[in-house]
Write a protein that binds this ligand. Sequence first.
Ligand SMILES: *Cc1c(COP(=O)(O)O)cnc(C)c1O
Length: 378
Amino acid sequence: MRKKTQLIHGGITGDEKTGAVSVPIYQVSTYAQDGVGKHRGYEYSRTGNPTRFALEELIKELEGGHRGFAFGSGMAAITAILMTFKQGDHIIFTDDVYGGTYRLVSQVITRFGLEASFVDTSDVSNIEKALTDRTKAVYVETPTNPLLKITDLKKVSELAKGKNLTFIVDNTFSTPYWQNPIELGADVVLHSATKYLGGHSDVVAGLVVVNSQELAEDVHFVLNSSGGILGPQDSWLLMRGIKTLGIRMEEIESNTKAFVEFLQDLPEITNIYYPGLEAHKGHDIHQSQARGNGGMISFDVGSGEKADQVLRNVNYFTLAESLGAVESLISVPAMMTHASIPVDRRQELGITDGLVRVSIGLEDIDDLKEDFLQALRK
Ligand SMILES: *Cc1c(COP(=O)(O)O)cnc(C)c1O
């Protein structure tokens, strides 16, 4: 089954009993048992729910893994994955991971004695240098936010296999439509499904796919013990969103490519970060491991004041955090998502005051171009 078909026909579809073509929303907490200890696959909805299960089967198939799990948010998913480790274990992370992941790891998880290093994983030798005899996992994001840095998934997976490390990939930016880390050797793939998978800025959710029975048992044990599950309504909403992931990602791809070409012709714009550009660092690696470049672009408009002017004057780009929605979104990382990083460190990372990040949506590309231009030249 090809990806676009899999989005519609994958996982569990419809309802056998009634012929309903959409999976029913099982708004239920508990299930009648036929006898003590005798149930029909479901006992209690924290442990398992049929609507959630349909979604979990779907993401499992889309990522080509062994088992899927649905959580109440991307952060709940990441928390559960980290809780499969124990005190004293050491994990190496991509240094510009999602801000919420950095906060969770540096301020919450470390309270329980888990140790973490943050390194630039776009150079695999940095991972090797950070290894200790207690390192148990490598956690990578590619492309990253907001500079779209690329990490070579195959190379990291070879390193991880050699050292017996669990290789975890946050695949939120590429989605399973464009990139499948398990095929490249990852053990765990996770998503903030709040972004492209949901796609309509109307649901907060997290998804996990693991590649082995052992990991599946461990993650389900943590999920059932800690309880950060996704409810049936949101599970249904997410499946509805995923059905159109293919056409959304294709359209976003062509809109984004056109928007980048438009930016390249504007003298005010410098430093365009987009993995589709040949000059982008890691371009070749990204092309070898992903089938598309996604809808994220970062670029410099010259100054913080100019960035502020653009943001105040655009009409079709919504000023908001988040990404991956039908509507185009715009943000200034230095003032928003990365404001808590000290100025010196931000400069070092290339997150200048004039850096603008956009998540291209499904509007008519000519409207997006015209709108951006009037805001830039006001
Ligand atoms: C948004 C995001 C998260 C966190 O997900 P939530 O659904 O907001 O909890 C994690 N990783 C990446 C890359 C994200 O963009």
